[in-house]
Write a protein that binds this ligand. Structure first.
Ligand code: AMP
Ligand code: MG
Length: 327
């Protein structure tokens, strides 16, 4: 079955094509909205970007996959969670293609798609996933019939911590890679609020404290301390989730998975517990259409389909609300 997947939860508009029979991702086209320097992302502007790019991305996805529109068997789209204005673009295009091509439609959960694409593109079979991005921070695993959230942020996502700190410090966006570079030159650890609350984490106190140090402490030392504190918190909670669920695999996903220090900390933790650690190829770590196509194919094979009348977007769709009929 040839599945076309559409991603549009936030800044990225992506279309991927997956051949489920061959278990092969044929293409993964995308384009990211970049807000002007110093300004955060306005959902309306991001959605306009998606409308502007969609034609080009669709063409690119079909050309790379060497597939004609008519050969597509199923249209999958990110139904949530995400920004309403952005999600609506993907959902509208998906409905349109489904009607035009007379092919079934399936709305999938963005967070679970990150995990399922990791299972297709790495040897991981039943992992815990540490999902860290600009819009999400969750520790997810399949347990007793559902994908469950074993830990998450109580306030801002970790990528957002870096982005907002960078903006406050007048650094270029996105903040994560800039802070990673600066942190390599950091020498002094500046204590920041280590906020692990049960299985959850909180980053807003770190952001406030670190922002107050701008101009008073070396930016390299603040960056180093930000990374060490935030990543230690995440790895602590992830390790506890692995122990609780008795899982022997860890997958790191989301844009923050690019960070070498976080990878190193995850790797050390896994080695100590004799677990295996995987990071999917980076194009599948960030938001992308291929992961939506992959989850669409898996769910459809299990008999799931989304009727047009049920295809409304779900901005706050939680991972643990999804009925998992395919495992
Ligand atoms: P996503 O939301 O998955 O597209 O990921 C974007 C987020 O990842 C932004 O918040 C970036 O600051 C962050 N990010 C990207 N590269 C890195 C990196 N090398 N280290 C830390 N964070 C990063
Ligand atoms: Mg994502």
């Amino acid at each position: 079955m040839i599945v076309l997947g559409i991603e549009s939860t936030a800044h990225t508009f992506g279309i991927g094509i997956y051949d489920s029979k061959k278990n092969k991702i044929l293409s993964n086209a995308k384009h990211m909205f970049k807000p002007p320097l110093g300004i955060g992302m306005l959902p309306r502007e991001a959605s306009e970007h998606h409308y502007k790019e969609c034609d080009k991305i669709l063409k690119q996805a079909l050309e790379t996959a060497k597939i004609k529109k008519e050969e597509i068997d199923l249209i999958a789209f990110s139904q949530g969670p995400g920004l309403g204005a952005c999600l609506r673009v993907g959902a509208s295009i998906a409905r349109f293609l489904s009607l035009e091509l007379k092919k079934p439609l399936i709305g999938v959960n963005h967070c679970i798609a990150h995990l399922e694409v990791a299972k297709v593109t790495t040897p991981a079979k039943d992992p815990i996933m540490l999902y860290v991005s600009g819009g999400n921070t969750q520790i997810i695993a399949f347990d007793e019939g559902k994908y469950r959230v074993f830990g998450e942020t109580q306030d801002i996502p970790v990528g957002n911590l870096f982005d907002v700190f960078a903006r406050n410090a007048g650094l270029p966006m996105p903040g994560g890679p800039v802070i990673e570079k600066l942190a390599l030159k950091g020498r002094e650890y500046i204590p920041l609020p280590y906020a692990v609350k049960g299985m959850d984490v909180s980053f807003s106190g770190i952001l406030t404290t670190a922002s107050k140090m701008i101009g008073k402490k070396k930016i390299e030392d603040i960056s180093y301390s930000l990374q060490e504190t935030a990543y230690s918190m995440l790895v602590e909670v992830t390790e506890r989730a692995m122990a609780h669920c008795n899982k022997k695999e860890l997958v790191l996903a989301g844009g923050v998975a690019a960070n070498k220090r976080l990878r190193q900390m995850c790797d050390t933790m896994c080695k100590e517990r004799e677990a295996r650690f995987f990071v999917p190829e980076f194009q599948y770590c960030c938001d992308n259409g291929a992961m939506i196509a992959v989850l669409g194919a898996i769910e459809h094979e299990a008999g799931v389909e989304t009727k047009l009348k049920d295809s409304r977007i779900k901005t706050k769709w939680r991972t643990d609300e999804v009925k998992v009929s395919w495992i």
